[in-house]
Design a protein around this ligand. Structure first.
Ligand SMILES: [Zn+2]
Length: 499
């Protein structure tokens, strides 16, 4: 297994992965690696993003979430300034307690949208450009202080605010030094004092913040030569890989494996596999069938059927630290269709380096962790999400409609590795599916006398140990996190079979 890095090592690795992301101000589109825009020949400028910089286009539902988050966190005027349905918004996943994305508009990172697990809603925290525009144009909550210099982690007294519109305690506010030489973001404390969290020195050049009508398709046309280069290179890689053994492509109904399947088909690979865990969204099954049909693939579709629903009665809800579901719903059906002793097999997958540090370290061709001698080939290892989506547009490949409904990852609908933000999306978009799962959780909670919050705040996603931030959340909710875990452990001691 590849190593998983943390802290500074991870930061350094992620920094190396940042793509040469650029922006054309006249077209209002992102470009990867072009100094001049192929559509209008203007010079492009670099967009600074938080590493690793796996940017993706925001779809309608994402834009709606960003708009609401800005409206409630900053104000309606800020939302009107920052969000336009006709221009391209990019999202860049960043570290957070739950879901968090850097929001890029008009080629500028304006701030972070993050899911607040306490209030179970999205909030917006301005970045430099966001804070500057909010203060300069008085777009919503802001504070101009009497200080010449702002310092991180210092408290600015309410009496030091010269001018402003201060939100309620606990919320973020954009701040500025007296002369506008510095901008920052602070959290409002009781009595209206401000705790400074981040400070930026004002850049000499003001951002040119103008929305240009643009779409993913316009961006695709501009990046077309790069996309066809990537395609050619990946197909050549897969043609070499094909000679190493029996090849097969794994599809999931997600964007990455769709592109991998397309590239594999160009390289002459015909066999595809999709493991139906029995916990799939209907849209995912339909997308997989469309992919197989449009690429003329021979699709193997082993299914776990209702195995999950039977097993959950024995083992209880699966958790991040108790993932029996993977073995029963994924590996068991897979084993049924895997031929033994027929030489080496190569599995083509849609994995990408941006997904985790272990994937970034893994390389493009790796040994399978589960089956000795077998190989895993990742043709789009170095592609960004943005390139994947533009490529899907270029080749008119089927795209799972869930991406348009606010989903960022495609998998089992109640996966315990889901973030709370993702579960909220499921509740909203697939009420009946969610209800079936909620009934299981309710029965379990009733029998073990667990509080309702155990369901509503997704505490079921851990079985043996809560991470620090979840312990903190539980305490804030007046729950006893250790008692909850003990109660589950005691009840299941008789059935805790080592899987
Ligand atoms: Zn242009």
């Amino acid at each position: 297994m590849a190593r998983r890095l943390k802290g500074a090592e991870a930061t350094n690795l992620f920094r190396k992965l940042v793509p040469d992301l650029r922006w054309c101000d006249s077209c209002g589109i992102p470009l990867v690696g072009y100094r001049r825009c192929p559509l209008c020949n203007s010079e492009t400028r670099s967009i600074r993003v938080t590493p690793p910089g796996d940017v993706r286009p925001a779809f309608d539902k994402d834009i709606e979430i960003v708009k609401q988050a800005i409206e409630s966190s900053v104000g309606v005027r800020a939302a009107a300034k920052f969000v336009s349905l006709n221009s391209l918004m990019l999202l860049n996943k960043v570290q957070g307690i739950d879901a968090a994305d850097e929001v890029i508009v008009c080629g500028y990172s304006i701030g972070i949208r993050e899911f607040d697990i306490y209030g179970r809603r999205w909030i917006f925290k301005p970045g430099y450009v966001g804070a500057k525009l909010i203060v300069d144009e008085k777009l919503g909550f802001y504070a101009i202080t009497s200080r010449d210099r702002l310092r991180e982690y210092e408290t600015v007294k309410r009496s030091e605010v010269l001018e402003g519109d201060i939100p309620p305690p606990g919320t973020w506010v954009a701040i500025a030094s007296r002369d506008g030489g510095e901008y920052g973001v602070a959290k409002v404390l009781q009595h209206g004092d401000l705790r400074v969290y981040k400070v930026w020195r004002a850049l000499p050049k003001d951002p040119e913040f103008t929305h240009k009508p643009a779409s993913i398709s316009k961006a695709m046309r501009a990046n077309e030569s790069r996309l066809t280069e990537l395609e050619k290179e990946a197909v050549e890689f897969l043609q070499r890989v094909r000679r190493l053994g029996t090849t097969r492509v794994s599809v999931s109904g997600g964007k990455d494996s769709t592109v991998a399947a397309y590239l594999a088909s160009l390289a002459g690979i015909r066999r595809a596999i999709f493991v139906d865990t029995g916990l799939e969204f209907p849209e995912t099954i339909q997308t997989v069938e469309r992919i197989a049909r449009s690429l003329d693939l021979e699709l193997d579709m082993p299914s776990a059927g209702s195995d999950f629903w039977r097993a959950v009665e024995i083992y209880g809800p699966p958790a991040r630290d108790y993932r029996w579901c993977c073995k029963i719903c994924k590996l068991a059906p897979l084993a049924k269709v895997t031929e033994k002793g027929s030489g080496r097999s190569v599995n083509v997958v849609g994995q990408r380096q941006y997904e985790s540090t272990s994937r970034a370290l893994a390389g493009r061709l790796t040994r399978s962790a589960s089956t000795a001698g077998d190989l895993i080939a990742a043709p789009i290892q170095r592609w960004t999400s943005l390139e994947v989506f533009m490529f899907i547009e270029l080749r008119k490949l089927p795209l799972n409609p869930l991406y348009m409904k606010g989903y960022e990852r495609i998998g089992c609908f109640m996966c315990p590795t889901s973030r709370l933000a993702e579960l909220e999306v499921v509740k909203e978009s697939h009420r009946e599916l969610w209800r079936r799962w909620e009934e299981v959780l309710e029965r379990f909670a009733k029998r073990l006398r667990l509080p309702r919050e155990w369901i509503d705040y997704g505490l079921w996603r851990w079985r043996f140990e809560y991470p620090a931030e979840i312990q903190h959340l539980a305490k804030k909710l007046n729950l006893k996190p250790f008692e909850i875990l003990d109660r589950i452990a005691l009840d299941y001691v008789s059935t805790a079979i080592e899987l």
